[in-house]
Ligand binder design. Structure first.
Ligand code: F0G
Length: 351
């Protein structure tokens, strides 16, 4: 391959792998950091979007799965398993396919977005739609991996975190400093744990001077970290983060407390408003779960918890095309227009 080499090769000295491991990569990472002028106007901050939908399978999970699959293969594993709300399964299936390995994915029945299911099908995963939620799927995946020769590639596998921390490196490398505040959506809490690890490593090694305050946002109907207790029936339109018992609970709390940050809830209405605003005003189409970071940005700017003038990075974690159903929600019928310039002008109210 040529150009950007993928996160393992880009940050080889910061990701430990078994000696001689063959790198399994789709050249993930190196994603755009996009200026968001409309959000800047609304918040009085400089706002940059880390657009993780630009990864090979359309989400940040690729950073973790390139490392997890590389590691699993190098240690002789032939098969991997994961629980997922959709993106981890798409990514695991893609990297497993590339490595010539088998993948099995456990997803909550009827609760994963259409595009993610299509990906798992096309990459050749064994798909089990479980009659339960993500938390049930994760428990099943853990038990299966404990009793059978399959490697668990959820973010409870620490090599996942090693891959995902590279997003923090990229942001510091591009900005030449750490942001003041970093906003991101929180579900199973692996990603906030990973970013915080990445920022800390760069600060400890003197690559940049400090670390950002970490602002994590959960959907109000799936906000165990905000309540301080698991939620047994999580519900939200943002199916990616429909999780009631995050595996990296302690990592998220440490990121919050060590960074003088916060973890707050945003309602589905706030998530959908941010989702629409991002596409319509910034030209950045993300999936609903991703918009939680921007919903939280707007809410904390309004209530004064986000200091005006801050340099803020919001991670938007997955591509909008993952979830076409939510995008088309409430769209009326698009009546066809006859092949007639006058009809086009009239339909566009130009006449
Ligand atoms: N955004 C998207 C688009 C996600 O898919 C996820 C998690 C998150 C945010 C939250 O990240 O779990 O590290 O706190 N998706 C997992 C999955 C659970 O199975 O794809 P987290």
């Amino acid at each position: 391959g040529a150009g950007w080499p993928g996160v393992i090769n880009a940050y080889a000295d910061r990701i430990a792998l078994p000696e001689g491991a063959e790198v399994i990569t789709l050249h993930e990472g190196g994603t755009p950091l996009v200026e968001a002028p409309h959000l800047a106007e609304l918040t009085g901050c400089r706002v940059l979007l880390k657009v993780e939908g630009a990864n090979p399978t359309g989400s940040f999970k690729d950073r973790g799965l390139t490392v997890a699959i590389t590691h699993a293969r190098a240690t002789g594993s032939k098969a991997v398993i994961c629980a997922s709300t959709g993106n981890t399964s798409a990514s695991a299936a893609a990297y497993a396919a590339r490595a010539g390995m088998t993948s099995a994915v456990l997803v909550p029945s009827g609760k994963i977005a259409l595009g993610k299911l299509a990906q798992a099908v096309m990459y050749g995963a064994r798909i089990l739609q479980v009659d339960g939620n993500f938390d049930d799927c994760l428990e099943l995946a853990r038990k299966t991996a404990a009793d059978h020769p399959v490697t668990l590639v959820n973010s409870v596998n620490p090599v996942r975190i090693e891959g995902q921390k590279t997003a923090a490196f990229e942001i510091c490398d591009v900005l030449g400093r750490a942001p003041d505040v970093h906003c991101l959506p929180v579900g199973n809490a692996g990603n906030i744990t990973a970013y915080w690890k990445g920022y800390r490593e760069y600060a400890e090694d003197g690559v940049v001077a400090g670390t950002p305050r970490m602002f994590g946002f959960q959907a109000a109907g799936a906000a165990p970290l905000v309540h301080g207790a698991p939620v047994s029936h999580p519900e939200t339109v943002a199916t990616a983060i429909r999780i009631g018992s995050p595996a990296s609970w302690a990592g998220a709390i440490a990121a919050r407390d060590e960074s003088d940050g916060l973890i707050a809830a945003v309602t589905d209405e706030q998530i959908l408003a941010a989702y629409r605003l991002l596409a319509a005003r910034e030209g950045v189409f993300v999936e609903p779960g991703s918009a939680a970071s921007v919903a939280g940005l707007l809410a904390t700017a309004r209530d004064g918890r986000l200091p005006a003038g801050s340099l803020v990075v919001c991670t938007v974690t997955g591509h909008g095309l993952k979830d076409p159903d939510t995008a088309l929600l409430g769209l009326g019928e698009l009546a066809p227009v006859p092949v007639d310039p006058g009809a086009v002008a009239a339909a566009l109210e130009l006449a």
